[in-house]
Write a protein that binds this ligand. Sequence first.
Ligand SMILES: [Zn+2]
Length: 476
Amino acid sequence: MSKKYITTIGLEVHVELNTKSKMFCGCQNDPHAAEANSLTCPVCLAHPGTLPVANTEAIAKVMMFGEAVGATRASYSEFDRKNYFYPDIPKAYQISQYAFPFLRGGFINNVELTRVHLEEDTARSQHDHPGISLVDFNRAGVPLMELVTEPVIHDSKTAVDFARELQLLLRTIGISSAQMEKGEMRVEANISVSDTDELGVKVEVKNLNSFRSVENAIAYEVDRQINLREKGVVVSQETRGWDEVKQRTFSQRTKETAKDYRYFPDPDLPRMNLEQSTHHSKSRMNEIIPKLPSKKRLEYENIGIKSSQVEVIICNQKIDKYFSSLIDILGNDIASLKLAANYLTSDVLAELDETSDNEIVLTPANFAELMLMTSTSLINSRIAKDLLKELLFVDGNPHKLASERGILQSSDPAQLQTLIDEVIWKNQQVVSEYYAGKESSVQYLIGQAMKMSKGAANPGKLASLFKTALERSRPS
Ligand SMILES: [Zn+2]
């Protein structure tokens, strides 16, 4: 490469909001309903004479998002018609927002947002039957939040980190499940490459339905544009798709401009003055927004939880909820909370992953007791692991269970001494090897004592007591 190129990326993300009903009619909002065209009505099928009514729950969810990212709310807003013809858009226009989006500005991961607006989703076309195309209108009219970032991203990793943090935020405030593979969160990247101070020609890459495809598509597209420039070929402004199988972008169409869509305010929907709506007021939003990921990160790290574990906890809603109950119970017991974070992000996570519908049945109070028993050496970590596995999906009091089974760890020197005497007496051969200089024989003896106590003996105590006992009887 002879020149130095600067990559500039802006992202556009569409998010399906999880409202009960669709954006402008009363149909159930379930774009993944099994039976095609089962959730439709004259409004979302655009029969003549029908009128849309804006879904206030969807608007509230956009406003919640605005508070979460620190965006500026529009005092005045309206819906516009975006005109274009396509089989998946029954009205031949999409109700969207143009000049007056609900939100402007705000930040996610230090990436500035340009705007956030609300629109309706299109129907879903299916081309998997030879010779015919089918359209499923269950998705037509589903509330879709679109956010656009400033072109301030310069590499694919930053783009992926932004998308991950956005997904986490959407899930945390509970406005979308944001599953990319289901199309609930769709990322598009506007990518340009330049060797001067001015931005290069912008190419839009669509169909990015996983974090990996966001990363790979950007890397591919940057290479493609640089190669064209190196050959002296002009990069054309266009929309490209991402081929997951071939791992490359391909031309779909030349990009329409805003002019092509002939936007104008939708005369069927009222203008909105959000300042006057108590349902959408700033104070109400702040009341209903749960604790944000950035705040949780800080709290968990202050407890002393490793940052890699913090990410695992806050990205898994079940585990995060459980962990915050444990904080309430264990309070300032940092040792037990750190242990809890270890078990939750390894053993518990593994059990939850196998079948995603699994719920932890063990109450946080009993879980907390198990952690306390472990951090105070009442049981060792091996037994804690086994008890956790046994109780996770049935519940039960770990202390009661351990004492019934006689597996509460013993640090009582008298009890341990009896055990040690017995082990030494039964393993004379190993003992003589120890005296002959094989120090590691002690480990075998500790193992035997652990076995005889069913794991209840404290291995640390055993080690020192064995050494003392053996040295006391060393043949001179
Ligand atoms: Zn409908």
